[in-house]
Ligand binder design. Structure first.
Ligand code: CA
Ligand code: CA
Length: 410
């Protein structure tokens, strides 16, 4: 049985397969390509790497629209996926593509088969014969091509979502050109290389290759405890506490902690500016004077870096005075202070979505003197938000220090 979408999908249904028709938003082609290459497309969504898979299979039609088949477990078509797609696409139509007669899930032969059933394959085979591979067109700057010509203005396109069709017209047949397979190979190789690099550490988009990375050096406070109490009741999502130091984390050379002096705000209005300043004052000691306390429930601290920065590593200390595990630790970045634009999730261990920011897939962890290191993979943002919802020790929220390693984004 596949992993269920939950959280933002309020009702679970059998997997539905949709034929999606979309158009890349004006001026978003490069951002989309970068998001596919650096693996940030759909980041934060429970649908995981489905987005990249969908893009690999997507076809660009003669109508300059992009077509793909997508699985979704939500009650409302693409309820979970829509906000992620809409960062780059205008969704022109989303049509139920399920062949109930042939699908092993719907005809009862095999539950949950529709992620991988014959009718999906047949539909995708048919789609593969039409148009051209979307990734190639995108990589060549050939997408969406003539759509951007004078006969379609940006204003025209902006109104198209309101005219969303309820049925999908058959895709037009188009001859596949002989050079396309080579380009597919090139683009896929590039994607594979990006994926491998991302797995090894942050992606330095400015040109520094993996060989030029250096270990992140942190000034760490002394450990305040060793091991964890044997009688502590922990949920299965908590990582066991390691007794070994954290392995080196590689970053591009010359990065600085850009957090000190940056403007901090907070969901807890009792936390004054002078209190919040302690989060970036360099003091990471496990003493009461070094820790600030925020109200109970889900609370956040927000950092405004003043200008967009390429972020590579974030290190977070809630409080490491005693062995404890914080709940609903979520780190998001955005382009605006209200977290409406280009919101991306770098870390989320709220696996039951009790803080309402989406279902996290990361694990809970013990607070230690080393702090929690979060790989930001070179993502660009000006605003960061740090959520938490109390700990195994208390319903209150604590912060000791946050460090953000990055550099001005070009
Ligand atoms: Ca501090
Ligand atoms: Ca939770």
């Amino acid at each position: 049985m596949p992993a269920l979408h939950s959280g933002s999908c309020s009702v679970y249904l059998q997997a539905m397969r949709y034929l999606v028709k979309a158009r890349v938003k004006v001026g978003r082609e490069r951002a989309l390509l970068e998001a596919i290459q650096d693996g940030t497309l759909g980041r934060g969504s429970v649908a995981g790497d489905e987005y990249a898979c969908d893009m690999e299979r997507a076809r660009l039609g003669q109508d300059h629209a992009v077509h793909w088949v997508e699985n979704c477990f939500c009650a409302t078509p693409l309820q979970e996926e829509r906000p992620y797609w809409e960062q780059y696409f205008e969704l022109l139509s989303v049509k139920d593509a399920h062949n109930r007669r042939n699908c092993r899930d719907w005809n009862g032969t095999q539950p949950w088969a529709c992620c991988d059933c014959d009718c999906t394959k047949r539909l995708e085979d048919r789609l593969r014969q039409r148009g051209e591979p979307f990734l190639e067109a995108l990589g060549n700057g050939a997408c969406p091509g003539p759509t951007f010509s004078s006969n379609t203005t940006g204003n025209d396109r902006a109104t198209e979502p309101n005219k969303m069709k309820t049925t999908l017209h058959p895709l037009r047949e188009e001859q596949t050109q002989s050079w396309l397979p080579f380009l597919t190979f090139t683009v896929l190789n590039f994607l594979l290389a990006s994926t491998l690099l991302a797995g090894e550490g942050p992606t330095d988009k400015s040109g520094a290759g993996a060989g030029q990375l250096v270990p992140l050096e942190l000034k760490l406070p002394p450990p305040a405890f060793k091991g964890t109490p044997k009688d502590m009741q922990l949920s299965a999502i908590v990582e066991p506490l390691s007794d070994k130091p954290r392995p080196p984390f590689m970053i591009p050379p010359g990065l600085k902690n850009v957090a000190p002096g940056k403007k901090l705000t907070c969901s807890d209005k009792n936390a004054t500016e002078s209190v919040l300043e302690k989060i970036t004052d360099g003091d990471k000691e496990p003493s009461d004077q070094s820790i600030i306390y925020l109200r109970k429930g889900t609370q956040w601290v927000q950092m405004d870096l003043g200008s967009p920065q390429a972020l590579f590593a974030i290190v977070l200390w809630h409080a490491h005075n005693t062995p404890k595990v914080y709940h609903d630790v979520i780190v998001q970045i955005a382009d605006d202070p209200d977290f409406m634009e280009n919101v991306r999730t770098l870390f989320n261990n709220d696996q039951d979505n009790s803080s309402g920011r989406g279902v996290g897939t990361d694990r809970e962890f013990f607070e230690t003197y080393e702090g929690r290191l979060i790989d930001a993979k070179g993502a660009k943002a000006r605003y960061l938000r740090f959520y938490s919802k109390g700990s195994t020790e208390s319903a209150l929220n604590e912060y000791t220090e946050i460090e953000v390693y990055g550099r001005p984004a070009p």
